[in-house]
Structures are given as structure tokens and as C-alpha cells.
Design a protein around this ligand. Sequence first.
Ligand code: ADP
Ligand code: MG
Length: 696
Amino acid sequence: MAHDKVTAEYGSLVFSDHDMRKRLPKPTYQELSRVIKDNKPIDLDIANEVAHAMKEWALEKGATHFTHWFQPLNGITSEKHDSFITPQDDGSVLMAFSGKELVQGEPDASSFPNGGLRATFEARGYTVWDPMSPAFIKDEVLCIPTAFISYTGEALDKKTPLLRSEVALERQAKRVLELFGHKPKRVVTTVGLEQEYFLIKEEDFEARPDLRLTGRTLFGAEPCKGQELEEHYFGAIRPSVNAFMKELDDELWKLAIPAKTKHNEVAPCQHELAPVFEQGSLAVDNNLLTMEKLKLLATNYGLACLEHERPFEYVNGSGKHDNWSISADGRNLLEPGPHPEDNLQFLVFLACLVAAVDEHADLIRMSVASAGNDHRLGANEAPPAIVSIFLGDAITPVVEALIRKEHAEAHEEELMDLGVPALPDIFRDNTDRNRTSPFAFTGNKFEFRMCGSQQNVSDANVVINTAVAEQCERFCDYVAERSDEDFVSVAMRFVRHTFRDHHRVIFDGNGYSHEWEKEAEQRGLPNLKTTPDVLPSLLDASNVALFEKYGVLSESELHARYVAKAEQYAKLLNIEANVMVHMARHLFIPAIISYSGDVATSVATKAEIGIDATAERDLCRTLTEGIGAINTLATALDDKNAEARSVSDPGKRDDFYRDVVIPAMELLRDAVDKMEVICSKECWPVPSYNDMLFYV
Ligand code: ADP
Ligand code: MG
């Protein structure tokens, strides 16, 4: 898009503040603004007027339907389309949309995961308009972002607790700010989500049942070349990929999604997209839309977009970095300024974050737990499963000095001499990046790097927001208990004691190293490696108390989330195991039988004319043994998977998948991959890693 077109079309598919102001009577607009900006309840008269204006706008943009767009517990987005048509007695039709239809929907929601919160016979669920996230148009459908709740008001989605956690954090952060003499109108979180993904040829994707059905390759021998030459990272972008990225930008910009940065990532075929940060829950909505657009638009270019955390063995997997900060009326509260050592308000918020992450490391790890992400965390390419915080060169000395009860020296900005007079002088970035840290302070925000690429990161933000709200309240209580003392010295003591008491979670070294695992254990930091290890933390009494205290999730809602997550893990692994058995029996065994038959024929023919074919004979024997091994291992996997399905307790079932089914999957894969490398290319029934990862 040319630049003037970009500015003209940016946000054209979003019912923006500008559209509202233009189309609504002034008092209605003012009332709606209060609802949106100040998080106030809306009344039905206003909703009727907004619905009318929204419908007129949508019809002008060619929409014929509307939908309540929501995020059920499986993390993806759901929509059911209703048309605007209202047939009239005279046979004509009107296009109608009422305030009630805008505010509330009632999808027949019995088939969404609910973790046991609703029995099917009372499966009513409501979708409720979230006016803070703007409505938008997608494929001629007006999409209204909503929260999804049960008949009894329990959250059945990812968005409701996120909004509640934002309310809790705002309330507590305002109390902290008030102690510093500030009374901001709004305190919000800001979130910027860097999204990693793979693009491969669509024909390769379609030829592999594992990719089509599970999003990742369940078989595949190591390619001749991996990512060791590091030429893909920031490398020139393939023309087809470039064309795709351009259309993607155009489409995202029309939806007012501020896509900013795009580049090739470390693994072959891997790419990244980062938008400019936005208010937290809006950023999450926009990330979900971005993920949908990535998949849809790729097919226009003969490409398939893989969002799975681990589509391929032997090369890096994909994550999503959750850049998080907190902002009061547009002022970033994690901005240290030139003298962080004297910036008490900054130090208080920083201390609150450090304590929040240390105290709730289990929940933070839980928030990114999934079968897919288990392949990444701790695999020497992504942060380990151990939660720690990196503070960087500028802040660490301040914290260390505080703990020693000393005043830290200001960290002077360092000018770098590049040795070439023509190159402009630059300052060294004093927040040098530690890529191995799961939770890194990067200048004026935290970057939480454990999230998986296909995850809905509401969960992660719910935990961070709630845990920080708790610490903000702890600060306020601490000050209140010492009201007869000088505020500055009390606040300073809070900061010092907090850093001292949570020092163990601060780690600036190499998080990928084996030594760190040992050291973390000595420091008493949890190392919860798999999803089944960490999901029970949702049910811990102290965690239930935390979420209940801040009105984010009730005990029954937490229990439902636990069950839904535990079931999701088992269901995914059941599908993966089924696909493996299917591919082994229907694709690999027949292919190897056929190839070994050709080799056997060749051996026999050569014997007839008196040529000894020792190599072919050996190959034929190895192939035949391979068929036997695959057959045995496929049957074993099938049996173990059946046994897993028969375990009724969700936690025990997940443990069985992790301890018994996954090892059986690994054995089968190994047996098949060993055959792939000795079979002819022609006979192999699916595209290889060499083909998929290095296409032209
Ligand atoms: P890197 O690859 O070095 O991590 P990027 O520039 O790709 O950095 O991404 C950084 C992300 O952090 C962007 O989405 C950016 O908008 C976001 N970000 C910057 N400042 C803030 C902030 N105050 N709050 C939340 N996110 C932020
Ligand atoms: Mg990053």
C-alpha cells in the first residue's frame, strides 16, 4: 500500500472513536466515552443508539451479518453469525440490530469446554459486549468483542478474568500512586506481543497428515542442514513470503492493528511479527485476530502458516513474547528515568514485580503450560521452565546496592567509539538483552518470554496482573502500618526488604546452562518441567485465595480451568498418538514394504545372473526388521493410548500420557525416522524436513 493509502485505510474496518463521534449524538458519544475510557456500566438506551450507529456503519462497509466474538477456554476465538435481516409483512426486509443484540448474546454453548461448570441440560451461556475493545468487520461480518459467561455468571472464557485482573491491578496501583501524590484517571497495562510462526509450502502441509491434524510433524529425520549457519535470522525475505507479509500488514492496518516489525527468525522458514503495544486486553484481542489472519492469508500465496510451538524437531520452536508494562494516564510506570536509584516510585513498582514473580512462579509457569509449549521450555532455545528475572546492567547494581543499604552510583550512559569517524556516535543500550531469561526487564517494560506461539496470552496476563495487584496492596498496607514514620524512608525500606527477600529470583546469567538448573535448585526455585507437573497449582489453597481476594476467579472457576486444561492436554496427546499410529500403518509400513520388495526383486534378479548383491541383501533385511519394529511399536502405542483414555481422573490421565504415552510416541518416531534415511526419496510417502524447511 502506498503511504497515503495506508493513512486513509488504517482502521477502516474498525468502529473507531472517530466513527462514534461522527455518528452518535453528542451526549450519547460522551456517555459512551465514559463507559469505554472509565470502565463504567452502560445503560440500554445508550446501547440502542450505539447499536443503530454501528449497524449503519457496518452496512456501509458491506456487512450483512453480526457476531459476538469470544474466547472460549480452548483459547481460540469463536463466532456464530446472525444476519441483520428482519422480514416485514409486505415481503420486504429490513436490516435491524438492537441494543439488546449488541449488549448480550446467548449462544447454544454446550459444546465449548467448560471444565464441568455447566451440565449440558443447563448449557446456557451469555456473551456480553466488551465496549473497551472496538467492533470490527471481518468477511462482511460485524464482529463484537465479548466476554462469555455462564447462566450463573461464572467466566467461561479467557477474556473475563483478564478484564477482572485489569480492574484489580488498576485499583491497587492507583492506591500506590496516591501515596506518591498522584491521582491518575486511568491505570492500564500495556502489552506488546511478538508473534513467531513458520511458513511452508501449502502442498507440503497438505501432504502430511501430522501437520494437518496436529500442527506439528510427528515424524521426520534430521535434515542435512539445520539452523547452524544462522543465515536465516534477519536474512533477506523470500519474494512469496514478502508478498504475504505486505498483504498481512495491509489487512492488519485496516483493523487498526499496529503491525510494526517483521523479520526472519532463527530457524529456517521461521518469521516474526511485532505490533506496537496497546492496552492489555485489546492487545490480546488483536493478537488473536493476527493469528487468524496469518493462517488465512498464507493460503493466498500457496503457503501454510504453522503457529504450533514445535512444528519441527532439530530447529527452534516458536514463542510469543509478552512485553508488559503499566501506565498511568499514558505515563509508563516502569520508566526508570536517568536516575533509577533515586526514582522511588519506579523502585516500588519494580520491587512489586520482582516479589510477584517470585511468589507466584508456579502460576506464571502454569499460565504458559500446554502440550505444545512443553517441547520448547527448557529445550536450550527458549527460556527454561524455571522462572527467574533478569534486571540488566543498569538496574542490577542499584538493587544490589539497596540490599547492602548503600546508595547506588548512577549508571553513566556509555558512549561507544566505533573507530570510524563517519559513523555517528551512539550510546550503549544500558539494558543489554539477556535472551535466555524468561522474565527480562528491557529498559522500561518486562518481556515475558515463556508464552507459546499459539497460546492465548490472556492467562499469562491474568497471573501477572493479579500477582502485581497483590504486591501493590502489600505496599499500601506496609505504609499504612507505619503511618507515623516518614513515607520516603518507609517506602525505601519496603523496596530494600522486598529485593532482599526475593533476591533468589533475580538471575542475570545464562538461563540455558545446566549450571543454572543446579543453582536454581539450591536457591529453592521451582523447576516444573511439564504441563501435568504444574497444572495442579491452579488448585493450591494459596493460589485460590489470591484469585478470590482480587475477584479475578472463584474457586469453582479455577477448578473448571484446571479440568479444561488437563483435558486439553490429554486430548491433544490422544490425537497425536492416533495420528502416529495411523501414519505408521497406512503410510510408512506400506511404503517400506513396497520399497523392500523392489530391493528383494533386485537381489533375486541379480542372483539369477550370478551377481552377489550383499549390500542390497543387507538393506532388504534392515528394511524388513524396520517394518517389524514399526508394526510392534505402533501397536504398543495404540494400546497405551487406549489405556490412557480409560483413566478417569484428569490429573492421573495426564501423568499417564507424560510418563507412558509420550515415550511410546518417541520410540515409534525413532523407528520410522531410521527407515526414512535409508529408503529412496520416491518411495517415502510424505515430504522430508529437507524439502519442507528449504524450499525455494
Ligand atoms: P525485541 O525483538 O528486541 O524484543 P521488538 O521491537 O521486536 O523487540 O518488540 C518489542 C515489543 O515491546 C513491541 O511490541 C513494542 O511495542 C513493545 N513495547 C515497547 N514498550 C512497551 C511498553 N511500555 N509496554 C508494553 N510493551 C511495550
Ligand atoms: Mg522480544
